[in-house]
Unconditional design. Structure first.
Length: 664
């Protein structure tokens, strides 16, 4: 009779490993320098002691690194490792019954001398086996230890030798792992650049960067505006598509079906006789000009992010050269994009069920590769939920294997399951529902979900209060205070956020029509001229907030967000802190853009390392004002027309060597 294909002597059980996404089907995400904290249930039958290790390696390496996991109680274990290089890491959990530790634990409980003597004989045998597994340096030490347990010395002396901690730790180096149990799945973590976790984005149309009213901006104009973006403290400048714009069915201003002879059309209607996704709109300049923009931005600490929109204008060269990549209607015309009742006659979507799907995939991958060669590492992907999911998993996986520095932002304003699935497939950051979460319960519930649920392992939110497609109702009616409120919320609730400017800092708020979220005179369909020198601009506030973000590590992470009580539903209070509590940020925001609001904030003194009965200082980083607070409950009042928020840094009372108090 043939024996089983498994070894029944593997008594340890490993299960419920976290973090794990869909049974290991998808990787979790981290950025360089972050820890991966792993927990697992590990146990065995009977009362024997268990060893449990976490193992990890960069994908492709032959050897694993192992670190011991520590017991948390109730058969739960925890361990961690730090990811230090871009790319993919693998990790897993293994456990085994440790007969030596079990023997030593039981020996310490024995009281009968004859029983102890027998146990010492057993232990010596275990140590001899350990010596056989040890190297030349440690084997003699272990053999000598084994002899000390079985000699003629008094039983008390031999027992003391058996329980020696230093000798036991030497034995731990050479465990008997013949019957080790390895968790069923090898899990993975994608390691991204820090900007995938912490970044501030500014979106701008390069064709509107000109100071000449009625003129068409260029990359050189955009380059001259980099200083303005840098002064506000942004580290990513995101450009809508820069390719030739189709002329067939070109949309006019305010999305009119017919464009005038001088109207520029939508940049998302990609492709004309001048070229397609590898081309540049002639009025923007040349490829050399684009490279110059990328290089100049880098000197200012700014990366250029490029919009990738996989769709074509009717006169895109691919429509003629690869007709099988599109869907054709019975009347012999190509199916344009539509989401009834919306119609986009100037855009042809790709047919991802085409017989020539593989050739299409290869060509689209080539688009990314081309722009990576031009120095672009960050891509905002337009409407990824309208393209085939297998394509995204393949193309992002292939690109990050060759270019692990790349970052992909999904414009995933779609259903929750789809939003999460796109993040699992590989997108580094995700748009989300923040633009429509305005009330205290909405913000608290949604941001708690994003920062506390298991989805945080793979979905990094990017918070945008506006986009060229979205002018939320809150911004339409709240005036300048509403823009300040949404800016502060986005920049402090999330480690990554962005704004579409200059409409944001100039608080443009007029919709196309009542009830619409589209902008009147949208920059999507026409060139706009912006007065960046207006006295009421939010530029200085934006710069101050981005400076605060850079100076305070607590604001550079998402998972440390916690909401705190404040007894006014028109106000919201939340805190972020570093692990060592050296950097604690408390944000209080008046959500009402019209009226002054006040309330009492409650702080968890003990959790923040504060002594009851001792004052502490709250330093408002927006105004530089300092307040002395006492106890857990303190009063705040905010006037929205001035500054509708406090961004406090908590400074603790310290006793100096010179015998006086100060705050740090």
């Amino acid at each position: 009779m043939q024996g089983p294909k498994f070894d029944g002597r593997q008594r340890a059980v490993v299960q419920r490993v976290r973090p794990e996404v869909d049974g290991g089907r998808f990787p979790i995400k981290r950025t360089i320098g972050e820890a991966v904290v792993v927990e697992a249930d590990a146990f065995a039958d009977g009362h024997d002691q268990l060893r449990c290790n976490l193992r990890y390696r960069r994908r492709g390496e032959a050897e694993w690194t192992e670190v011991p996991m520590q017991p948390l109680g109730n058969d739960r274990w925890r361990g961690s490792f730090t990811v230090e290089q871009l790319g993919r890491y693998e990790y897993g959990v293994l456990a085994w019954v440790d007969h030596f530790r079990s023997w030593r634990r039981d020996l310490a409980r024995r009281t009968d001398p004859a029983d102890i003597a027998t146990a010492l004989q057993l232990g010596a045998g275990l140590i001899e086996k350990g010596a056989a597994r040890a190297g030349d340096e440690d084997a003699p030490l272990l053999r000598a230890w084994a002899l000390s347990l079985t000699g003629d010395a008094p039983i008390e002396q031999r027992l003391k030798a058996a329980l020696d901690e230093s000798s036991a730790s030497l034995m731990d180096k050479y465990p008997d792992r013949r019957f080790v149990t390895l968790y069923a799945h090898t899990l993975e973590v994608t390691v991204d650049p820090v900007r995938a976790r912490f970044s501030a984005w500014y979106e701008a149309f390069p064709r509107s960067c000109t100071d000449e009213p009625g003129g068409h901006g260029s990359f050189r104009d955009c380059e001259s505006r980099l200083a303005y973006v840098a002064e506000m403290g942004f580290d990513v400048l995101y450009l809508p598509p820069v390719h030739p714009i189709g002329r067939v069915n070109r949309k006019g201003r305010n999305n009119n079906l017919v464009a005038g002879p001088d109207e520029p059309g939508s940049p998302w209607a990609i492709g004309a006789e001048e070229g397609g996704h590898l081309g540049i709109h002639p009025e923007l300049g040349t490829l050399k000009d684009f490279r110059s923009l990328v290089a100049r931005a880098a000197t200012l600490g700014i990366e250029i992010a490029l919009d990738i929109a996989f769709q074509c204008a009717p006169d895109h060269p691919w429509v003629r050269e690869h007709p099988a990549w599109f869907r054709w209607r019975p009347d012999g015309t190509v199916q344009f994009a539509e989401n009834p009742p919306k119609r986009y006659e100037d855009i042809y979507p790709f047919d991802f069920e085409s017989e020539e799907w593989w050739a299409l995939w290869q060509e689209l991958r080539g688009v990314f590769e081309f722009w990576i060669e031009q120095g672009v590492s960050i891509f905002r992907v337009d409407n990824p939920h309208t393209k085939a999911f297998p394509f995204w998993e393949w193309v992002i996986g292939e690109l990050k294997r060759e270019h692990p520095q790349t970052i992909f932002l999904a414009e995933a304003f779609t259903r929750p399951a789809v939003l999460h699935y796109l993040a699992k497939l590989g997108f580094s950051q995700s748009y989300n529902y923040f633009p429509w979460r305005n009330t205290k319960p909405e913000i608290t519930g949604y941001l708690t979900e994003l920062s506390r649920s298991e989805g945080r392992e793979y979905l990094r939110p990017s918070l945008w209060p506006n986009t060229p497609d979205i002018l939320p109702e809150y911004l339409q009616f709240g005036g300048r205070p509403a823009f300040m409120i949404r800016l502060i919320l986005a920049a402090t609730l999330g480690a990554s956020y962005g704004i579409y400017g200059p409409p944001f800092e100039l608080f443009e708020n007029e919709p196309l029509r009542p009830g619409s979220e589209e902008y009147l005179n949208s920059e999507k369909y026409q060139i706009r001229s912006w007065d960046l020198l207006r006295q009421d601009t939010l530029k200085d506030l934006i710069a101050r907030i981005n400076h605060i973000r850079r100076e305070n590590p607590a604001l550079q992470y998402d998972w440390n967000l916690r909401f705190l009580p404040i007894d006014n539903e028109e106000m919201i209070c939340y805190a972020k802190s570093s692990e060592d509590l050296d950097n604690i940020i408390l944000v209080v925001v008046n959500l009402d853009p019209y009226h002054t609001q006040s309330g009492w904030v409650e702080l968890p003194l003990e959790e923040f390392g504060l002594e009851a009965g001792h004052p502490y200082q709250m330093h408002d980083l927006l105004s530089d004002a300092r307040y002395l607070w006492h106890g857990a409950r303190n009063y705040v009042e905010l006037v929205p027309q001035e500054v509708p928020a406090h961004i406090f840094r908590l400074r603790k009372r310290v006793r100096s060597e010179r015998d006086f108090d100060y705050y740090m």
